[in-house]
Design a protein. Structure first.
Lengths: 194, 319
Protein backbone atom coordinates (compact mmCIF):
# COMPACT_ATOMS: atom_id res chain seq x y z
CA UNK A 1 0.00 0.00 0.00
CA UNK A 2 1.38 3.36 -0.90
CA UNK A 3 1.48 6.24 1.48
CA UNK A 4 -1.03 8.03 -0.72
CA UNK A 5 -3.46 5.15 -0.42
CA UNK A 6 -3.13 5.15 3.30
CA UNK A 7 -3.88 8.84 3.53
CA UNK A 8 -6.86 8.45 1.26
CA UNK A 9 -8.18 5.54 3.31
CA UNK A 10 -7.73 7.57 6.46
CA UNK A 11 -9.64 10.44 4.92
CA UNK A 12 -12.45 8.14 3.86
CA UNK A 13 -12.50 6.61 7.33
CA UNK A 14 -12.89 10.07 8.79
CA UNK A 15 -16.02 10.40 6.70
CA UNK A 16 -17.35 7.22 8.29
CA UNK A 17 -16.42 4.76 5.54
CA UNK A 18 -16.15 1.37 7.23
CA UNK A 19 -14.81 -0.40 4.15
CA UNK A 20 -11.92 2.04 3.87
CA UNK A 21 -11.09 1.66 7.54
CA UNK A 22 -11.27 -2.13 7.33
CA UNK A 23 -8.63 -2.07 4.61
CA UNK A 24 -6.41 -0.33 7.11
CA UNK A 25 -7.34 -2.96 9.68
CA UNK A 26 -6.33 -5.77 7.34
CA UNK A 27 -3.05 -4.01 6.67
CA UNK A 28 -2.08 -3.57 10.32
CA UNK A 29 -3.89 -6.24 12.32
CA UNK A 30 -0.96 -8.70 12.35
CA UNK A 31 1.46 -6.09 13.60
CA UNK A 32 -0.89 -4.83 16.29
CA UNK A 33 -1.89 -8.28 17.44
CA UNK A 34 1.73 -9.46 17.63
CA UNK A 35 2.87 -6.57 19.79
CA UNK A 36 -0.20 -6.77 22.00
CA UNK A 37 0.18 -10.52 22.44
CA UNK A 38 3.85 -10.19 23.31
CA UNK A 39 2.98 -7.49 25.79
CA UNK A 40 -0.03 -8.99 27.58
CA UNK A 41 0.97 -12.64 26.99
CA UNK A 42 -2.58 -13.89 26.82
CA UNK A 43 -4.12 -14.78 23.50
CA UNK A 44 -7.80 -14.15 24.31
CA UNK A 45 -6.97 -10.83 25.96
CA UNK A 46 -4.74 -9.88 23.05
CA UNK A 47 -7.61 -10.50 20.65
CA UNK A 48 -9.95 -8.35 22.73
CA UNK A 49 -7.42 -5.56 23.01
CA UNK A 50 -6.67 -5.65 19.29
CA UNK A 51 -10.36 -5.48 18.44
CA UNK A 52 -10.91 -2.63 20.89
CA UNK A 53 -7.89 -0.84 19.45
CA UNK A 54 -9.41 -0.75 15.99
CA UNK A 55 -12.86 0.26 17.25
CA UNK A 56 -11.31 3.01 19.32
CA UNK A 57 -9.13 4.11 16.39
CA UNK A 58 -12.18 4.39 14.13
CA UNK A 59 -14.02 6.48 16.69
CA UNK A 60 -11.04 8.74 17.34
CA UNK A 61 -9.70 8.95 13.83
CA UNK A 62 -10.62 12.62 13.61
CA UNK A 63 -7.98 13.24 16.29
CA UNK A 64 -5.24 11.65 14.19
CA UNK A 65 -2.95 14.49 13.24
CA UNK A 66 -0.60 12.86 10.78
CA UNK A 67 2.64 11.01 11.41
CA UNK A 68 3.06 7.28 11.12
CA UNK A 69 -0.45 5.83 11.20
CA UNK A 70 0.74 2.45 12.40
CA UNK A 71 2.53 4.15 15.30
CA UNK A 72 -0.70 5.92 16.18
CA UNK A 73 -2.47 2.54 16.28
CA UNK A 74 0.38 1.10 18.34
CA UNK A 75 -0.03 3.87 20.85
CA UNK A 76 -3.72 3.10 21.32
CA UNK A 77 -2.90 -0.59 21.63
CA UNK A 78 -0.05 0.06 24.04
CA UNK A 79 -2.25 2.16 26.33
CA UNK A 80 -4.91 -0.54 26.35
CA UNK A 81 -2.31 -3.24 26.99
CA UNK A 82 -0.67 -1.39 29.87
CA UNK A 83 -4.08 -0.62 31.28
CA UNK A 84 -4.90 -4.31 31.24
CA UNK A 85 -1.57 -5.31 32.80
CA UNK A 86 -2.04 -2.82 35.62
CA UNK A 87 -5.53 -4.10 36.28
CA UNK A 88 -4.21 -7.63 36.40
CA UNK A 89 -1.36 -6.62 38.69
CA UNK A 90 -3.81 -4.82 41.00
CA UNK A 91 -5.97 -7.91 41.26
CA UNK A 92 -2.92 -10.06 41.83
CA UNK A 93 -3.76 -12.32 38.90
CA UNK A 94 -1.35 -13.84 36.46
CA UNK A 95 -1.94 -13.08 32.81
CA UNK A 96 0.90 -15.22 31.57
CA UNK A 97 0.06 -18.37 29.71
CA UNK A 98 3.16 -20.23 30.73
CA UNK A 99 3.19 -23.08 28.26
CA UNK A 100 1.02 -21.87 25.47
CA UNK A 101 2.51 -21.35 22.08
CA UNK A 102 2.10 -17.63 21.71
CA UNK A 103 5.73 -16.76 21.26
CA UNK A 104 5.98 -19.22 18.39
CA UNK A 105 8.20 -21.07 20.82
CA UNK A 106 10.57 -22.27 18.19
CA UNK A 107 13.33 -19.97 17.22
CA UNK A 108 13.76 -20.46 13.52
CA UNK A 109 16.61 -22.75 12.77
CA UNK A 110 17.60 -24.28 9.45
CA UNK A 111 19.05 -27.40 11.04
CA UNK A 112 17.03 -30.61 10.96
CA UNK A 113 18.62 -31.85 14.18
CA UNK A 114 15.89 -32.80 16.75
CA UNK A 115 18.22 -32.02 19.64
CA UNK A 116 18.88 -28.58 18.24
CA UNK A 117 15.12 -28.06 17.86
CA UNK A 118 14.59 -29.02 21.48
CA UNK A 119 17.32 -26.67 22.61
CA UNK A 120 15.86 -23.89 20.53
CA UNK A 121 12.51 -24.54 22.07
CA UNK A 122 14.01 -24.27 25.52
CA UNK A 123 15.83 -21.12 24.51
CA UNK A 124 12.56 -19.63 23.31
CA UNK A 125 11.00 -20.41 26.67
CA UNK A 126 13.95 -18.86 28.41
CA UNK A 127 13.57 -15.73 26.32
CA UNK A 128 9.88 -15.55 27.17
CA UNK A 129 10.72 -15.95 30.83
CA UNK A 130 13.34 -13.19 30.67
CA UNK A 131 11.01 -10.87 28.75
CA UNK A 132 8.46 -11.36 31.52
CA UNK A 133 11.02 -10.09 33.98
CA UNK A 134 11.39 -6.75 32.18
CA UNK A 135 9.38 -3.71 33.10
CA UNK A 136 6.49 -2.87 30.78
CA UNK A 137 8.35 0.05 29.22
CA UNK A 138 11.51 -1.94 28.61
CA UNK A 139 9.59 -4.91 27.27
CA UNK A 140 7.60 -2.78 24.86
CA UNK A 141 10.79 -1.19 23.51
CA UNK A 142 12.46 -4.56 23.07
CA UNK A 143 9.41 -6.18 21.45
CA UNK A 144 9.00 -3.33 18.99
CA UNK A 145 12.64 -2.99 17.95
CA UNK A 146 14.47 -6.27 18.51
CA UNK A 147 11.61 -8.70 17.88
CA UNK A 148 9.25 -6.91 15.51
CA UNK A 149 12.03 -4.94 13.85
CA UNK A 150 10.51 -1.46 13.82
CA UNK A 151 12.63 1.66 13.49
CA UNK A 152 13.42 3.84 16.47
CA UNK A 153 11.28 6.73 15.26
CA UNK A 154 8.21 4.55 14.87
CA UNK A 155 8.78 2.91 18.24
CA UNK A 156 9.24 6.33 19.85
CA UNK A 157 6.02 7.61 18.30
CA UNK A 158 4.18 4.47 19.35
CA UNK A 159 5.35 4.66 22.93
CA UNK A 160 4.99 8.43 23.07
CA UNK A 161 8.56 9.23 24.12
CA UNK A 162 11.67 10.60 22.45
CA UNK A 163 14.00 8.47 20.37
CA UNK A 164 16.72 8.98 22.98
CA UNK A 165 14.45 7.54 25.64
CA UNK A 166 13.69 4.52 23.48
CA UNK A 167 17.41 3.92 22.93
CA UNK A 168 18.06 4.24 26.62
CA UNK A 169 15.26 1.82 27.50
CA UNK A 170 16.38 -0.62 24.86
CA UNK A 171 19.95 -0.52 26.13
CA UNK A 172 18.82 -1.36 29.66
CA UNK A 173 16.41 -4.01 28.41
CA UNK A 174 19.18 -5.72 26.44
CA UNK A 175 21.50 -5.64 29.44
CA UNK A 176 18.84 -7.19 31.69
CA UNK A 177 17.95 -9.80 29.10
CA UNK A 178 21.62 -10.68 28.77
CA UNK A 179 21.97 -11.11 32.53
CA UNK A 180 18.79 -13.20 32.61
CA UNK A 181 19.62 -15.61 29.79
CA UNK A 182 23.13 -16.13 31.13
CA UNK A 183 21.63 -17.74 34.21
CA UNK A 184 21.07 -20.84 32.04
CA UNK A 185 24.23 -20.91 29.94
CA UNK A 186 23.66 -24.49 28.73
CA UNK A 187 20.78 -23.28 26.56
CA UNK A 188 22.77 -20.53 24.95
CA UNK A 189 24.62 -20.67 21.65
CA UNK A 190 28.40 -20.55 22.07
CA UNK A 191 28.45 -16.91 21.05
CA UNK A 192 26.30 -15.96 24.01
CA UNK A 193 28.33 -17.68 26.70
CA UNK A 194 30.83 -15.78 28.78
CA UNK B 1 22.68 25.57 36.65
CA UNK B 2 21.22 22.35 38.03
CA UNK B 3 19.21 21.90 34.87
CA UNK B 4 22.35 22.36 32.78
CA UNK B 5 24.16 19.69 34.76
CA UNK B 6 21.19 17.32 34.52
CA UNK B 7 20.84 17.94 30.80
CA UNK B 8 24.54 17.34 30.34
CA UNK B 9 24.34 14.12 32.32
CA UNK B 10 21.25 12.96 30.43
CA UNK B 11 22.81 14.00 27.15
CA UNK B 12 25.94 12.04 27.99
CA UNK B 13 23.83 9.06 29.01
CA UNK B 14 21.91 9.27 25.77
CA UNK B 15 25.07 9.47 23.69
CA UNK B 16 26.52 6.41 25.48
CA UNK B 17 23.26 4.49 25.02
CA UNK B 18 23.22 5.51 21.40
CA UNK B 19 26.80 4.39 20.85
CA UNK B 20 26.23 1.04 22.58
CA UNK B 21 22.99 0.40 20.69
CA UNK B 22 24.63 1.25 17.41
CA UNK B 23 27.54 -1.08 18.23
CA UNK B 24 25.17 -3.94 19.14
CA UNK B 25 23.19 -3.35 15.95
CA UNK B 26 26.45 -3.20 14.00
CA UNK B 27 25.76 0.14 12.43
CA UNK B 28 27.95 2.37 14.62
CA UNK B 29 29.60 5.44 13.17
CA UNK B 30 33.32 6.05 13.63
CA UNK B 31 32.68 8.36 16.59
CA UNK B 32 30.41 5.79 18.21
CA UNK B 33 32.96 3.06 17.63
CA UNK B 34 35.65 5.19 19.27
CA UNK B 35 33.37 5.86 22.24
CA UNK B 36 32.63 2.14 22.70
CA UNK B 37 36.27 1.12 22.26
CA UNK B 38 37.31 3.67 24.85
CA UNK B 39 34.72 2.23 27.23
CA UNK B 40 35.98 -1.28 26.51
CA UNK B 41 39.49 -0.25 27.47
CA UNK B 42 38.20 0.89 30.84
CA UNK B 43 35.94 -2.13 31.28
CA UNK B 44 37.31 -5.40 29.88
CA UNK B 45 34.04 -7.31 30.48
CA UNK B 46 32.11 -4.86 28.32
CA UNK B 47 33.32 -6.35 25.05
CA UNK B 48 32.02 -9.79 25.96
CA UNK B 49 28.77 -8.32 27.26
CA UNK B 50 28.17 -6.47 24.05
CA UNK B 51 28.93 -9.46 21.89
CA UNK B 52 26.44 -11.44 24.02
CA UNK B 53 23.87 -8.74 23.38
CA UNK B 54 24.59 -8.97 19.66
CA UNK B 55 23.96 -12.71 19.74
CA UNK B 56 20.79 -12.24 21.79
CA UNK B 57 19.51 -9.69 19.34
CA UNK B 58 20.19 -12.11 16.55
CA UNK B 59 18.18 -14.80 18.34
CA UNK B 60 15.30 -12.41 19.00
CA UNK B 61 15.32 -11.40 15.35
CA UNK B 62 14.83 -15.05 14.36
CA UNK B 63 11.73 -15.50 16.49
CA UNK B 64 8.76 -16.48 14.36
CA UNK B 65 6.36 -13.83 13.20
CA UNK B 66 2.93 -13.85 14.77
CA UNK B 67 -0.12 -13.66 12.58
CA UNK B 68 -3.50 -12.57 13.79
CA UNK B 69 -5.81 -15.53 14.35
CA UNK B 70 -8.82 -13.83 12.80
CA UNK B 71 -9.96 -10.68 11.11
CA UNK B 72 -10.39 -7.65 13.33
CA UNK B 73 -12.53 -5.77 10.82
CA UNK B 74 -15.05 -3.56 12.53
CA UNK B 75 -18.78 -3.18 11.92
CA UNK B 76 -21.19 -0.32 12.69
CA UNK B 77 -22.76 -2.52 15.39
CA UNK B 78 -19.41 -2.87 17.18
CA UNK B 79 -18.88 0.87 17.15
CA UNK B 80 -22.42 1.53 18.36
CA UNK B 81 -21.99 -0.97 21.19
CA UNK B 82 -18.72 0.65 22.20
CA UNK B 83 -20.41 4.05 22.22
CA UNK B 84 -23.21 2.78 24.42
CA UNK B 85 -20.76 1.22 26.83
CA UNK B 86 -18.85 4.43 27.19
CA UNK B 87 -20.78 6.68 29.54
CA UNK B 88 -19.90 10.27 30.35
CA UNK B 89 -18.29 9.15 33.58
CA UNK B 90 -16.13 6.69 31.69
CA UNK B 91 -14.90 9.50 29.48
CA UNK B 92 -13.95 11.55 32.52
CA UNK B 93 -12.21 8.64 34.15
CA UNK B 94 -10.43 7.94 30.89
CA UNK B 95 -8.74 11.32 31.24
CA UNK B 96 -7.29 10.19 34.55
CA UNK B 97 -6.50 6.64 33.48
CA UNK B 98 -3.23 5.28 34.94
CA UNK B 99 -1.29 5.69 31.71
CA UNK B 100 -2.32 9.34 31.27
CA UNK B 101 -0.32 12.30 32.43
CA UNK B 102 -3.26 13.47 34.53
CA UNK B 103 -3.46 10.15 36.34
CA UNK B 104 -1.97 11.45 39.56
CA UNK B 105 -3.59 14.89 39.46
CA UNK B 106 -6.34 14.21 42.03
CA UNK B 107 -3.89 12.53 44.37
CA UNK B 108 -1.42 15.41 44.05
CA UNK B 109 -4.15 17.97 44.68
CA UNK B 110 -5.31 16.01 47.73
CA UNK B 111 -1.74 15.80 49.02
CA UNK B 112 -1.05 19.50 48.56
CA UNK B 113 -4.35 20.46 50.17
CA UNK B 114 -3.74 18.13 53.13
CA UNK B 115 -0.23 19.48 53.55
CA UNK B 116 -1.56 23.02 53.47
CA UNK B 117 -4.11 22.20 56.16
CA UNK B 118 -1.35 20.71 58.28
CA UNK B 119 0.90 23.73 57.78
CA UNK B 120 -1.92 26.13 58.60
CA UNK B 121 -2.72 24.19 61.75
CA UNK B 122 0.93 24.19 62.80
CA UNK B 123 1.17 27.89 62.01
CA UNK B 124 -2.00 28.58 63.95
CA UNK B 125 -0.82 26.63 66.98
CA UNK B 126 2.65 28.13 66.92
CA UNK B 127 1.32 31.64 66.36
CA UNK B 128 2.98 32.15 63.00
CA UNK B 129 -0.36 32.82 61.41
CA UNK B 130 -3.30 34.49 63.03
CA UNK B 131 -6.95 34.42 62.33
CA UNK B 132 -7.58 37.73 60.61
CA UNK B 133 -9.99 40.02 62.42
CA UNK B 134 -12.06 40.11 59.39
CA UNK B 135 -13.37 36.81 59.89
CA UNK B 136 -15.08 39.20 61.24
CA UNK B 137 -14.33 40.74 57.94
CA UNK B 138 -15.69 37.99 55.95
CA UNK B 139 -15.78 40.51 53.22
CA UNK B 140 -15.62 44.22 52.95
CA UNK B 141 -18.82 44.29 51.00
CA UNK B 142 -20.83 42.35 53.51
CA UNK B 143 -19.57 44.49 56.31
CA UNK B 144 -20.21 47.65 54.38
CA UNK B 145 -23.79 46.63 53.77
CA UNK B 146 -24.25 45.68 57.39
CA UNK B 147 -22.84 48.96 58.61
CA UNK B 148 -24.92 50.92 56.19
CA UNK B 149 -28.05 49.09 57.21
CA UNK B 150 -27.38 49.61 60.90
CA UNK B 151 -26.66 53.29 60.53
CA UNK B 152 -29.79 53.66 58.48
CA UNK B 153 -31.73 51.97 61.28
CA UNK B 154 -30.13 54.32 63.73
CA UNK B 155 -31.06 57.29 61.62
CA UNK B 156 -34.67 56.14 61.44
CA UNK B 157 -34.70 55.64 65.16
CA UNK B 158 -33.31 59.09 65.73
CA UNK B 159 -35.80 60.64 63.38
CA UNK B 160 -38.71 58.84 64.96
CA UNK B 161 -37.69 59.81 68.45
CA UNK B 162 -37.01 63.38 67.46
CA UNK B 163 -40.37 63.61 65.84
CA UNK B 164 -41.83 62.71 69.22
CA UNK B 165 -39.85 65.54 70.72
CA UNK B 166 -37.70 63.47 72.95
CA UNK B 167 -35.04 60.82 72.71
CA UNK B 168 -35.33 58.11 75.21
CA UNK B 169 -32.33 56.39 76.70
CA UNK B 170 -33.43 53.07 75.28
CA UNK B 171 -32.93 54.49 71.84
CA UNK B 172 -29.25 54.95 72.63
CA UNK B 173 -29.02 51.59 74.20
CA UNK B 174 -30.27 50.27 70.91
CA UNK B 175 -27.61 52.24 69.09
CA UNK B 176 -24.97 51.14 71.53
CA UNK B 177 -25.92 47.55 70.95
CA UNK B 178 -26.18 47.73 67.23
CA UNK B 179 -23.12 49.78 66.30
CA UNK B 180 -20.40 47.74 67.89
CA UNK B 181 -21.86 44.45 66.77
CA UNK B 182 -21.90 45.42 63.14
CA UNK B 183 -18.71 47.41 63.06
CA UNK B 184 -16.57 45.46 65.37
CA UNK B 185 -18.00 42.01 65.21
CA UNK B 186 -17.32 39.65 68.03
CA UNK B 187 -14.22 41.47 69.26
CA UNK B 188 -15.99 44.29 71.03
CA UNK B 189 -15.35 44.12 74.72
CA UNK B 190 -18.28 44.82 77.00
CA UNK B 191 -16.53 47.86 78.39
CA UNK B 192 -16.32 49.39 74.97
CA UNK B 193 -20.04 49.01 74.56
CA UNK B 194 -20.62 50.71 77.84
CA UNK B 195 -18.32 53.54 76.87
CA UNK B 196 -20.07 53.86 73.60
CA UNK B 197 -23.46 54.13 75.20
CA UNK B 198 -22.31 56.75 77.63
CA UNK B 199 -21.54 59.66 75.31
CA UNK B 200 -24.66 59.01 73.35
CA UNK B 201 -26.65 59.19 76.52
CA UNK B 202 -25.01 62.47 77.26
CA UNK B 203 -25.96 63.71 73.86
CA UNK B 204 -29.55 62.78 74.48
CA UNK B 205 -29.77 65.27 77.30
CA UNK B 206 -29.47 68.03 74.77
CA UNK B 207 -32.37 67.12 72.54
CA UNK B 208 -33.20 70.63 71.45
CA UNK B 209 -29.82 71.03 69.78
CA UNK B 210 -30.04 67.68 68.19
CA UNK B 211 -33.44 68.44 66.82
CA UNK B 212 -32.39 71.71 65.27
CA UNK B 213 -29.09 70.71 63.75
CA UNK B 214 -27.72 67.22 63.99
CA UNK B 215 -30.60 65.25 62.52
CA UNK B 216 -29.88 66.14 58.89
CA UNK B 217 -26.13 65.88 59.58
CA UNK B 218 -26.64 62.45 60.94
CA UNK B 219 -28.28 61.52 57.68
CA UNK B 220 -25.36 62.91 55.72
CA UNK B 221 -22.88 61.32 57.97
CA UNK B 222 -24.71 58.07 58.16
CA UNK B 223 -25.09 57.69 54.45
CA UNK B 224 -21.66 58.79 53.39
CA UNK B 225 -19.62 57.23 56.11
CA UNK B 226 -19.70 53.52 55.35
CA UNK B 227 -18.78 53.80 51.66
CA UNK B 228 -16.03 56.30 52.48
CA UNK B 229 -14.54 53.92 54.98
CA UNK B 230 -14.90 50.99 52.67
CA UNK B 231 -13.20 52.72 49.73
CA UNK B 232 -10.62 54.79 51.47
CA UNK B 233 -9.47 52.51 54.18
CA UNK B 234 -10.23 49.06 52.99
CA UNK B 235 -11.84 46.21 54.74
CA UNK B 236 -9.50 45.80 57.70
CA UNK B 237 -10.00 49.37 58.82
CA UNK B 238 -13.69 49.23 58.17
CA UNK B 239 -13.99 46.44 60.66
CA UNK B 240 -11.84 48.01 63.25
CA UNK B 241 -12.63 47.35 66.84
CA UNK B 242 -14.64 49.20 69.42
CA UNK B 243 -12.21 52.10 69.43
CA UNK B 244 -13.45 53.13 66.04
CA UNK B 245 -17.02 53.04 67.14
CA UNK B 246 -16.18 54.99 70.20
CA UNK B 247 -14.38 57.63 68.21
CA UNK B 248 -17.31 58.02 65.90
CA UNK B 249 -19.68 58.24 68.81
CA UNK B 250 -17.58 60.91 70.44
CA UNK B 251 -17.72 62.91 67.30
CA UNK B 252 -21.46 62.52 67.16
CA UNK B 253 -21.66 63.94 70.62
CA UNK B 254 -19.62 66.92 69.60
CA UNK B 255 -21.87 67.50 66.65
CA UNK B 256 -24.86 67.41 68.89
CA UNK B 257 -23.48 69.91 71.32
CA UNK B 258 -21.36 72.20 69.16
CA UNK B 259 -23.07 72.06 65.84
CA UNK B 260 -19.84 71.41 64.03
CA UNK B 261 -20.10 70.50 60.35
CA UNK B 262 -20.66 66.88 59.42
CA UNK B 263 -17.66 66.87 57.08
CA UNK B 264 -15.32 67.80 59.86
CA UNK B 265 -16.82 65.15 62.03
CA UNK B 266 -16.43 62.53 59.35
CA UNK B 267 -12.85 63.57 58.73
CA UNK B 268 -12.00 63.43 62.37
CA UNK B 269 -13.74 60.18 62.91
CA UNK B 270 -11.89 58.80 59.91
CA UNK B 271 -8.64 59.91 61.48
CA UNK B 272 -9.66 58.23 64.66
CA UNK B 273 -10.53 55.09 62.79
CA UNK B 274 -7.20 55.19 61.02
CA UNK B 275 -5.30 55.57 64.24
CA UNK B 276 -7.25 52.74 65.78
CA UNK B 277 -6.79 50.57 62.73
CA UNK B 278 -3.09 51.37 62.59
CA UNK B 279 -2.60 50.41 66.17
CA UNK B 280 -4.57 47.30 65.45
CA UNK B 281 -2.40 46.56 62.44
CA UNK B 282 0.72 46.97 64.51
CA UNK B 283 -0.58 44.52 67.02
CA UNK B 284 -1.17 41.94 64.28
CA UNK B 285 2.21 42.44 62.63
CA UNK B 286 3.65 39.71 64.83
CA UNK B 287 2.15 37.02 62.54
CA UNK B 288 0.48 36.67 59.18
CA UNK B 289 -3.18 37.52 59.57
CA UNK B 290 -5.26 35.34 57.28
CA UNK B 291 -8.67 33.74 57.60
CA UNK B 292 -7.14 30.55 58.93
CA UNK B 293 -10.28 28.69 59.80
CA UNK B 294 -11.95 29.38 56.48
CA UNK B 295 -8.81 28.31 54.62
CA UNK B 296 -8.51 25.18 56.71
CA UNK B 297 -12.11 24.28 56.06
CA UNK B 298 -11.83 24.96 52.34
CA UNK B 299 -8.60 22.98 52.00
CA UNK B 300 -9.93 20.12 54.08
CA UNK B 301 -12.99 20.00 51.85
CA UNK B 302 -10.73 20.03 48.80
CA UNK B 303 -8.69 17.18 50.25
CA UNK B 304 -11.75 15.07 50.90
CA UNK B 305 -13.21 15.79 47.47
CA UNK B 306 -9.93 14.96 45.73
CA UNK B 307 -9.58 11.70 47.63
CA UNK B 308 -13.17 10.77 46.79
CA UNK B 309 -12.58 11.66 43.13
CA UNK B 310 -9.32 9.71 43.09
CA UNK B 311 -10.78 6.55 44.61
CA UNK B 312 -13.95 6.83 42.55
CA UNK B 313 -12.03 7.18 39.31
CA UNK B 314 -9.81 4.24 40.15
CA UNK B 315 -12.78 2.10 41.08
CA UNK B 316 -14.66 2.94 37.90
CA UNK B 317 -11.56 2.40 35.85
CA UNK B 318 -10.79 -0.97 37.37
CA UNK B 319 -14.36 -2.01 36.73
Amino acid sequence: MTSFDEQRLIQLSRDGDYDAFNRLVVEYQDAIFAVVLRTVRNRATAEDITQDTFISAFRKISSYRGGIFRAWLFRIAKNASLDYLRKVARRGESSIEKDIVYFSEIVEDDSQDPLADALNSELARLIVHCLDGLSEDHRFAMVMIDIEGYQYDEAAESIGVSIGTVKSRLNRARARMRDCVQQQPELLPASMRL
Amino acid sequence: MVRKVINRLIGRRYSIDEAINAYVEENASQDELNTVRQMMQNDPVLEKNLSTQQALRDVLGRVDRIESPRSFAITPEMVAAAKRAESGMTRVTELFAPQRKLALAPAIIAGIAALSVALLTIGDVSGLVEQSRADSDESATTSSFATEATVADTKLLFNAEMADGAIEDEAFVDVAESVPVTESGRDVPPTATAELAEPLTKASSDTSEIQSEPAPKMEIGAESEPPALAVGEGAPQLQSDADDSMTITMELEEVGSDGASADAVIAESMDGAEVAADSHKQSSDDGIAIPVRELQLALAALTVLSVIAWTGIRRIHSR
